[in-house]
Design a protein. Structure first.
Length: 238
């Protein structure tokens, strides 16, 4: 199977603190990968290094066979990597549709009525069509999470990284967001999902990776990973 993303011996330090070290990870085209690990284990730092929000200090990141480690975030977005943020960052003064028209213009070069049409199509996929002309500042938590995913989709990614998109949502809202992510994956998008809600992680993931203290401690099929004693000690709490 062809890898869309290949991470080799990745390291990231903050001053004297090692946030990631020796991370090796290959993700195949079309995969649904779950990323778990305790708070502070380096999950967000890893996706920051992949998306370009941070530069890695060691190692290599290849996307579609080309090294991207040296590229700024906006160039990586144009190459096909999009992410949602753990803390949503909407343009609060804009409507929901306008929030999507920013990446549509920037990444796809579409504007005006064409961009609006595409924004409405993406919003419809997220079940947010009726919110298109609502101010993003007035959205509920689940609507905001969906808009974050919609904004990421407006960049037309091949790899989508979701960072705790379900945090703070109710059970049915979690299922709703999960269904959207699975639908996007079935349309051909490779997805990395960081999540703490284990039933969602288990329903979503074809493969599960557990980070602890900046290193991958287990990588494999989800049932095997959650049964692993090291994963239990580090994360699942016994
Ligand atoms: P996770 O997403 O798994 O909770 P993070 O990747 O956010 O973990 O953080 C991993 C570690 O790196 C934590 O100890 C955190 O405090 C530290 N860290 C993250 N970002 C920075 C930063 N910009 N400067 C200094 N330390 C950071
Ligand atoms: Mg995090």
């Amino acid at each position: 199977m062809e890898s869309i993303l290949e991470i080799k011996d990745l390291g990231k330090n903050f001053g004297g603190f090692t946030a990631l070290s020796g991370v090796n990870l290959a993700i195949r085209q079309g995969e649904r990968l779950g990323l778990i690990g305790p708070n502070g284990s380096g999950k967000t730092t890893l996706i920051n290094c992949i998306s370009g929000a941070l530069r890695n200090d060691h190692g290599q990141i290849q996307f579609k066979g080309e090294s991207i480690s040296h590229l700024p975030a906006h160039t990586r977005t144009k190459r096909g990597i999009a992410r949602s943020f753990q803390l949503p960052r909407p343009f609060r003064s804009m409507t929901v549709a306008e929030n999507l028209m920013v990446p549509l213009a920037y990444v796809g070069g579409v504007s005006g009525s064409k961009a609006r049409k595409q924004a409405l199509e993406i919003l419809a996929e997220m079940g947010l069509a009726d919110k298109a002309d609502t101010s993003s500042a007035s959205l509920s938590q689940v609507e905001l999470r969906k808009m974050e995913l919609a904004r990421a989709m407006a960049a037309k990614p091949q790899l989508l990284i979701s960072d705790e998109a379900m945090a703070g949502l109710s059970g049915s809202e979690v299922d709703d967001v999960l269904d959207i992510l699975i639908k996007l994956n079935k349309s051909g998008i490779t997805i990395i999902m960081i999540e703490h809600i284990m039933h969602a992680v288990m329903r979503f993931s074809e493969r599960l990776v557990c980070l602890d203290a900046g290193q991958i401690i287990c990588d494999g099929d989800p049932q095997t990973v959650v049964a692993n004693p090291q994963v239990h000690r580090a994360y699942l709490g016994d």
